[in-house]
Ligand binder design. Structure first.
Ligand SMILES: NC(=O)c1ccc[n+]([C@@H]2O[C@H](COP(=O)([O-])OP(=O)(O)OC[C@H]3O[C@@H](n4cnc5c(N)ncnc54)[C@H](OP(=O)(O)O)[C@@H]3O)[C@@H](O)[C@H]2O)c1
Length: 215
C-alpha cells in the first residue's frame, strides 16, 4: 500500500469506465465492489490505509487506493494528480466525508466526463434546515413539516457544482417500523443515480414525517 499522496498504481485497463468514489470504505463500499464487478476501474478515497487495503485485496486490479483526507488544503491537487490521466467517467461522493467547503472544492475542480453523484444524509431534509420554506408551504392549521418534501426543497448550497446529482438518504419504513438503510441499499441507490440517463435528484426511502425517523 502506498503512502498518502503517492500516485495510485496503474489499474487493469478499464472496460466500463473509471469511477472516483470518495468515502469508499464504509457506506459506499458495496458500490465500489459492484463497480469493480461490472468491469469499472475505481479510484477509492479514504483516510484509513487499512480500510483501503482490504478493499483492494477484494477487487484485484480494479481499485486504486488514494489514502487522503478530503479536508486538507492540498487535497484538490492530490486528487487532480491522481485522477486527471485516468479519464474519469463518473464519481460518487459521500458528502459527510468532508466539510461543505471541501466538498464544494472537490466537485467544482473534478475533471470528469460523466455524472457526479453526491450522497447527502437526512439532516439535509430536517425541518429546521429550511424552516422558513416549510412554514410558507404549510396550509393553515397543519404543522409546517406536513408539507410535501422533495429534493427541490434543498438549499442551493447542497449542489456544489452544476449538474451534480443529489441522493438524499432517508429511512425505510414498513409495518415493522422505521430503520436506517444498509450500506448495500445506499450503494445501490447511488449506482442507480450514477447510471440514470439524465441528471436528476433522488430520495432513498422517506424523510417524512420527521418525527418517525429511527433513533
Ligand atoms: N439516512 C441517513 O441520513 C444515514 C444513513 C446511514 C448512515 N448515516 C450516518 O452516517 C454516519 C457515518 O456513517 P459512516 O461511518 O459510514 O460514514 P463516515 O464515518 O462518515 O465515513 C464514510 C466514508 O468516508 C471516509 N471519510 C470520512 N472522512 C473522510 C475524510 N476527511 N477524507 C477522506 N475520507 C473520509 C471514511 O473512511 P475513513 O474514515 O478511513 O476516512 C469512509 O470511507 C452514521 O453515524 C449515520 O449517522 C446517515
Amino acid at each position: 500500500m502506498r503512502e498518502t499522496h503517492e500516485p495510485i498504481p496503474p489499474l487493469t485497463r478499464p472496460s466500463a469506465g473509471h469511477v472516483l468514489v470518495v468515502g469508499a470504505t464504509r457506506i459506499l463500499r458495496p458500490a465500489v465492489t459492484a463497480l469493480a464487478e461490472r468491469g469499472c476501474a475505481v479510484t477509492a478515497v479514504a483516510r484509513s490505509q487499512d480500510g483501503l487495503r482490504r478493499l483492494v485485496a477484494e477487487t484485484p486490479g480494479r481499485v486504486g487506493p488514494l489514502v487522503a483526507d478530503v479536508t486538507t488544503p492540498d487535497f484538490g491537487d492530490v486528487l487532480h494528480r491522481a485522477t486527471v490521466r485516468a479519464g474519469l467517467t463518473g464519481a460518487l461522493v459521500y458528502a459527510p466525508s468532508g466539510t461543505p467547503a471541501a466538498i464544494e472544492a472537490l466537485t467544482r475542480d473534478l475533471v470528469v466526463s460523466g455524472p457526479v453523484v453526491l450522497v447527502l444524509t437526512s439532516k439535509w431534509a430536517a425541518p429546521e434546515a429550511f424552516a422558513g420554506q416549510a412554514a410558507q408551504a404549510a396550509q393553515p392549521g397543519q404543522p409546517a413539516q406536513a408539507a410535501p418534501w422533495t429534493p427541490d426543497s434543498l438549499p442551493a448550497s447542497s449542489r456544489p457544482a452544476p449538474g451534480c446529482r443529489r441522493l438524499v438518504l432517508g429511512w425505510h419504513r414498513d409495518a415493522g417500523g422505521a430503520r436506517w438503510h444498509t450500506s448495500q441499499e445506499i450503494s445501490a441507490a447511488a449506482l442507480d443515480l450514477l447510471d440514470a440517463p439524465a441528471a436528476r435528484d433522488s430520495v432513498l426511502g422517506t424523510v417524512r414525517p420527521w418525527e418517525e425517523r429511527p433513533r
